[in-house]
Design a protein around this ligand. Sequence first.
Ligand SMILES: [Zn+2]
Ligand SMILES: [Zn+2]
Length: 641
Amino acid sequence: MSDIVVILPDGSELSVPEGSSVEDAAYEIGPGLGKDTVAGVVDGELVDKATELHDGDDLVIVTDQSDEYLDVLRHSAAHVFAQALQRLHPEAKLTIGPWTDQGFYYDVTNVDLDMDDLEDVEAEMADIVAEDLPIERVLVDREEALEKYADNEFKREILETEAAGEDPVSFYQQGEFEDLCQGPHVESTGEIGAFKLLNISSAYWRGDEDNETLTRVYGTAFESEQDLHDFLEMQEEAKERDHRKLGQELELFSIDETTGPGLPLYHPNGKRILDELADYAKQLNLDAGYDPVETPHLFRTELWKKSGHYDNYVDDMFLLDVNDEEYGLKPMNCPGHATIFDQRSWSYRDLPVRYFEDGKVYRKEQRGELSGLSRVWSFTIDDGHLFVRPDQIEDEINLIIDNILSVFDTFDLEAEVALATRPEKSVGSDEIWEQAESQLKSVLDDSGIDYGLEPGDGAFYGPKIDFAFKDALGRKWDGPTVQLDFNMPERFELTYTGEDNEEHRPVMIHRALYGSYERFFMVLIEHFNGKFPFWLAPEQVRILPISDDQLGYAKKLQYQLGDFRVDIEDRSWTLGRKIREAQEDRVPYMVIVGGDEQEAETISVRDRKEREAKDVTVEEFRSHLEAERDEKRAEPDFLDE
Ligand SMILES: [Zn+2]
Ligand SMILES: [Zn+2]
């Protein structure tokens, strides 16, 4: 028997006999590791430790010390849920039950469940964990598998699609329960240290709204009770900060049934924040040598065919018929910018050409997927497109990365960076893709930024660097991207004249600093818990006169602070109530004025952290505000704790 070679995470090669499994390879490295092996990651995919390896595979061994262990544990918890459900409700039909970032879910049907039922299921799950049942992989003949699922059309469909051609097929068994499944799983149900069922919602089979509606039960699982406790506390905090709740309380935005789903309406408070964000991005873009452009919301379908969107994206587009001609609302701004570039001739000296536009786009997400500002039908991308010579790519990408990281810094967000490579559905030759991927990789390697890989997650026209926002609660959200595109310039036949007087193709770079304003706004609302930094706050200062006698003085102060967004609380409430209200509205500064202040022509200042200063002059206050606004840095230190 000959040997095959697999590549370990440190880049080293391991030679193992042909036919070796993940577990065999682990034993080859060391008996201790072999014994501890729970599963493997082969070419980016989490698999059972019995999975056979092939020559050239990238291999990561998963033990209970690995990050992936939690995924394995949660998938096992999903099976424990399914087993408990079938013990209590044998009529329930199981469909799919994967792990997620937050835990797991299982989609079921033919059973009516409410939160009370879940308590019973949870108690049954606890029994199953206490029974410490071994979880074993069993291979079942295809015919027998189809018979097992004679009454379950969903599992049969999986056998005919994902598992088509597999014979035998992989099942996992624990006690009396078995489930069609690729694994991997922990060794026994007793390994699940802590779990909880969280809620019930509905979902479509295969996420397609034309299909049957299923009941989705969400749960989570951890190695320890402490981890579960911390998670639940974080969930509570997240609920308090939910941008849909704060959006309403702070009058930032609304989404109205009559105006349409997924189509946000921004109220004055929200729009003030968006305008500040737009001004900030605009300044960064102008400083980095970008030129502003503007394109309409609608283009002829001809353009979408030329750009390739029609072939790859048509299901997500809003199309309309105008005088027997088809038009589409733009799902992306790039084709418009490429067309602008194409309207004149360029010399190599003119490049790079950099365009930016806050461009509104429309994408038809499934209605069931829409949620607040995080999933919408219409959103605005702070979009930029660069047309560069091949020798300028690395410099330009470096500049873009600098700009993106300065945005993260300004908003106190942590960045998580990943290189996303060629997806299944893509345009362009192998050569072009390899070139593009290796260029992005070399920029990232040189920059010293820590980054991960997202195999198959690139755009259909090129690979990209994805930035995720990590917020104050440690959650991750999709952020801006930098995409390299060798394909659109081909499709639009874009050219510039080189030093050699020949025509050359520019390379296109797509980039954003925020991603979409909607997503970014959502992240900011929750990250700051509505306590926006001073420069963003819709109302920056609220003047609280102690009695109506100071209203005149309050108006004078408002005038003196005219550069800022200042309101006067003129309702005849007690000072305590006025302060509480301003605190609830998360106004950064309260200016309190009574008879003494009026007399001395000073003010008392209080902030959201309940820090105070008395006998402050307006000029002094003003210069602190200016510094805070211009530096975009939170809270100056002139207030006492
Ligand atoms: Zn499974
Ligand atoms: Zn683009």
